[in-house]
Design a protein around this ligand. Structure first.
Ligand SMILES: [Zn+2]
Length: 291
């Protein structure tokens, strides 16, 4: 079994290895969310796919295991995305919303750094068979550590004025991830046998571009709305987690830039200059905070 897009292998979040009933229940709601978004996307992209791609997409099974790991994979005949991904993207979107709409300037980069460090730590702990640490939501993080997220209440993202932007960010992140995995199938990456590191990187970049193009062509979601997830990838990639030697994914920052520039180019080709400019602005704003 080949793991093509493992952002992170470790267990994440919520308590210890002994999962409580409440956590199981929460995970079940994230599982439903991931399933709903991916089946919605699968329905909506049909017109942007070639007949061959559509046949491949229809033949695939999407599995959403009820666990809290941050794992997405394309394997023979299936795509696997763990339920925990729903939780992770929710936290990333909440921090972004706090920053962008609610005046908590600097909250998102602080939280992202905290989040990435703990994800890495938990992944090491899980690999060594130790229990994982709880990871706080942006609101919990602000209460515990102060800083730019201090005073943020996680529930404010459900305010009617904000809810749409919040849902759009969560959905765009899930959409991008699903399409990236689907791309490994439609582009025939699973049949290509043993891969060198440079072939792997080329395939990852090609999968990113395919995902971005389908997002734009099917009017599914603006790729720029997936920036919270991409900012997180920047922190996980490169020197922090996947070191350049072992990494099968292009370095996070390059990946974020390439994806957003390509999205802007596609928006422009369709005459959507405003959205193209917004995409590049959002990319630059995100880059400001990157190490
Ligand atoms: Zn991949």
């Amino acid at each position: 079994m080949r793991l093509l897009f493992i952002l992170l292998l470790g267990l994440l979040l919520i308590g210890t290895a002994q999962v409580s009933a409440q956590t199981q229940q929460e995970l079940r709601s994230y599982q439903r969310n991931v399933i709903e978004v991916t089946s919605f996307v699968a329905d909506r992209i049909a017109s942007a796919l070639t007949p061959e791609e559509r046949a491949i997409q229809r033949s695939l099974r999407v599995r959403v295991p009820l666990d809290s790991s941050f794992t997405a994979q394309a394997t023979q005949g299936r795509i696997t995305m763990s339920a925990g991904i729903g939780w992770i993207f929710q936290q990333l979107a909440a921090a972004q919303i706090a920053e962008q709409f609610l005046g908590f300037r600097g909250c998102s980069p602080e939280y992202l750094e905290y989040f990435a460090i703990n994800v890495i730590e938990n992944s090491d702990r899980a690999a060594e068979g130790r229990s994982v640490n709880p990871v706080l939501s942006p609101g919990g993080f602000g209460r515990r550590y102060g800083g730019a997220c201090r005073g943020f209440d996680d529930r404010t993202v459900f305010h009617p004025d904000i809810m749409n932007a919040y849902a759009a960010q969560m959905n765009a992140s899930l959409t991008f991830l699903y399409l990236h995995e689907l791309a490994h199938h439609t582009l025939g990456h699973l049949e290509s046998g043993n891969r060198t590191l440079s072939i792997s990187r080329e395939q990852e970049a090609a999968a990113d571009r395919w995902a971005i193009r389908i997002m734009v062509e099917s009017d599914l979601a603006a790729p720029a709305a997936a920036l919270p997830m991409m900012r997180f990838l920047v922190l996980l990639g490169g020197e922090t987690l996947e070191d350049e030697r072992r990494s099968t994914h292009p370095l996070g920052m390059r990946r974020m830039r390439d994806s957003m520039r390509y999205a802007a180019e596609l928006h422009r080709r369709r005459g959507d200059h405003e959205l193209a400019d917004e995409t590049l602005d959002a990319m630059e704003a995100a880059e400001e905070f990157m190490p």
